[in-house]
Design a protein around this ligand. Structure first.
Ligand code: PAF
Length: 280
């Protein structure tokens, strides 16, 4: 496995790497959820193709009061996990090389990025779209794999490659969960023991809402309020948003008809967790 840090080194290498070339963009602090994406990339690349995993904690997608500086960066451990999973190349650019001090061009999606996480994290998806575009330009992949836990990110990136004619196929991969239903996330390590105990309430509430949708007529607002109350049964849970939206447009879905995306962001102390459930 090669570790490449320079941008020119990555561009040069990408021209020589056997195709198909599959990219898994990450911010490191890898867990089994990321490794499932890497395994899927390996499977898509086959024995002959190549897998590249990027590790870059992207400053432009963090708000001023978010956890950019505190975000875990266990680089050596990440590399040894990737070596075990037969990754071919780790691309780990330095922030100073990725962004010129006077960088002034960004990529912005203007409809879906305003909803859900975009409301409480203004600028977040512009940061994501910009860095993913840069990674695509540097690595030149045929396909890129992203987790469905970040459903909004996946929908926005699909729109971005469509609207900008970027020749990269975006592939979603199912969320990996703990046995009690909590979605794996690099931020789970911030949870206290009691917060960790209550965190599976998010997925439980979404599953219970699925049952309601399948068995009775429900109004969107009533359903959203009900999910909020179910999650906040956990004394430490504070719902940022919980919504029932159209999975293609991410706009509120009224009346509720399948398919519908149930999605939530919930604070446990300073830790903000997201999760979703696609009801088809
Ligand atoms: O999902 C993530 O980890 C990040 O948003 C991504 C796609 C690697 C961009 O920094």
């Amino acid at each position: 496995m090669r570790i490449v840090e320079s941008l020119t080194g990555m561009r040069r290498l990408s021209r020589r790497l056997p195709r198909p070339l599959i990219l898994v963009p990450t911010m490191g602090a890898l867990h089994e959820g990321h490794l499932a994406l890497v395994d899927h990339a390996r499977c898509l690349a086959g024995r002959r193709g190549s897998t590249v995993v990027s590790i870059f904690v992207n400053p432009t997608q963090f708000g001023p009061r978010e956890d950019f500086h505190k975000y875990p960066r266990p680089f050596k451990r990440d590399c040894s996990l990737l070596r075990e999973r037969k990754c071919d190349v780790v691309f780990a650019p330095a922030p100073a090389e990725m962004y010129a001090p006077d960088a002034s061009v960004t990529v912005n999606e203007s409809t879906m990025a305003a909803a859900m996480c975009g409301t409480s994290r203004p600028g977040h998806f512009a940061g994501v779209c910009t860095v993913v575009t840069k990674l695509f330009n540097l690595v030149q992949p045929d396909s890129a794999v992203f987790g469905e836990k970040d459903f909004q990110q996946l929908a926005i990136l699909r729109r971005m490659v469509r609207d900008l004619n970027i020749p990269v196929r975006i592939i979603g991969h199912p969320t990996v969960r703990e046995s009690d239903g909590l979605a794996l996330s690099s931020r789970n390590v911030y949870l206290s023991a009691e917060e960790r105990k209550q965190a599976p309430l998010i997925q439980q509430a979404l599953r219970e809402a699925e049952l309601k949708i399948r068995t009775q007529a429900v109004r969107r607002q009533a359903l959203e309020n009900w999910m909020r109350r179910r999650i906040e049964r956990g004394s430490l849970a504070k719902v940022d948003y919980v919504v029932a939206v159209d999975p293609k447009t991410l706009q509120p879905k009224e009346p509720i008809r399948l398919p519908v995306l149930l999605a939530a962001a919930v604070f446990f102390g300073a830790t903000r967790l997201i999760d979703n459930l696609l009801v088809e």
